[in-house]
Design a protein around this ligand. Structure first.
Ligand code: HEM
Length: 152
């Protein structure tokens, strides 16, 4: 009945639980950063992947967001958790999993995006990335001047 009226199986509600892909038991792959980097869309034969807080998601269905030349291609093929928190897409020192020095708002922003990918109807978690430890002696990336606030 729901299908007849809303053309969806769950009366228009969608969540990761309404995506059959999430019921397929999936071997969770462990990527190195170098392997993950192959999946930035530059090779159209490979799935498009991004990572956040070490979890790797297949975002191939979001090629228009994350593919080469798209607005959010910076997130593809890497764990750029910091940029998810600071909204800084323009600086390569923010495209890192180094979250040292972020305030609680910024950290909450990362968690929010992590949840977004986790609950997404199309994107599927396919593994984790083994992240290089951050050298505690390395300087903390300075704040981003031209961070673009995200529209609500
Ligand atoms: C001027 C600032 C910005 C504008 C006007 C903007 C606008 C948008 C719009 C219209 C979408 C498409 C939403 C949809 O179709 O559901 C989108 C998606 C997205 N935005 Fe932004 N955005 C801005 C800044 C940012 C920043 C700073 C970030 C960094 C965290 C960001 C992260 C994303 C991501 C990850 C998506 C894709 C979501 C997905 O995969 O479904 N945006 N943005």
């Amino acid at each position: 009945m729901s299908y007849l009226i809303t053309e969806t199986a769950f009366w228009g509600h969608s969540s990761k639980w309404t995506n059959w892909r999430n019921y397929v038991p999936r071997h969770q792959r462990v990527f190195t950063q170098r392997e993950l980097a192959q999946h930035d869309g530059s090779n159209p034969g490979l799935p498009l992947l991004l990572a956040i807080e070490g979890d790797v998601y297949d975002v191939s269905s979001g090629w228009g967001f994350y593919g080469p030349g798209s607005s959010y291609n910076q997130f593809a093929g890497r764990d750029a958790s910091r940029a998810f928190g600071t909204n800084c897409l323009s600086r390569s020192d923010h495209l890192t999993h180094d979250t040292r020095g972020l305030n609680s708002n910024e950290l909450a922003g990362i968690k929010g995006w992590h949840k977004y990918f986790d609950n997404h109807q199309q994107y599927v978690k396919i593994g984790v990335v083994k992240l290089d430890p951050i050298d505690p002696a390395a300087p903390i990336p300075p704040p981003c001047e031209d961070a673009k606030p995200r529209p609500k």
